[in-house]
Design a protein around this ligand. Structure first.
Ligand SMILES: [Zn+2]
Length: 119
């Protein structure tokens, strides 16, 4: 267990995550592929927001089941509440400070094929 700090590019959005960063996943869905988002799935209790959630901008579309949080100033996507696992939070591993992503196991999520029954 370790506490990682992270945030957006301009520094307006800052957070800490306590956990083990041993697995990340890229996703081929329409937004992750364009944003270059790398998912680190955590429990909400592992996340400590140093910037209030209300200060982040939110993007939702389609079923509105997924919420995408990004910095309103620099536009960097930092956190998600994923549609596939609504009880979890996805941290953009690219926004975690001082880590070597090349040393973290990288998986692949087929988000493009994922759909909920009500879609
Ligand atoms: Zn920013």
């Amino acid at each position: 267990m370790q506490t990682y700090s992270g945030g957006c590019h301009c520094g307006r959005v800052r957070f800490e995550v306590t956990g083990v960063l041993d697995r990340i996943s890229d996703c081929n869905c329409s937004i992750c592929s364009k944003a270059g988002y790398l998912h680190w799935m955590i429990e909400p209790s592992q996340l400590k927001m140093l910037t209030p959630w209300e200060s982040l901008s939110t993007y939702v579309w389609g079923t509105r089941a997924a919420r995408h949080y990004f910095c309103p100033v620099c536009g960097v996507a930092v956190l998600r509440k994923p549609r596939s696992q609504p009880d979890k939070i996805s941290v953009n591993a690219r926004c975690v400070d001082r880590i070597d992503l090349a040393k973290v196991s990288l998986g692949h999520t087929d988000g493009r094929s994922f759909s909920l029954p009500q879609d």
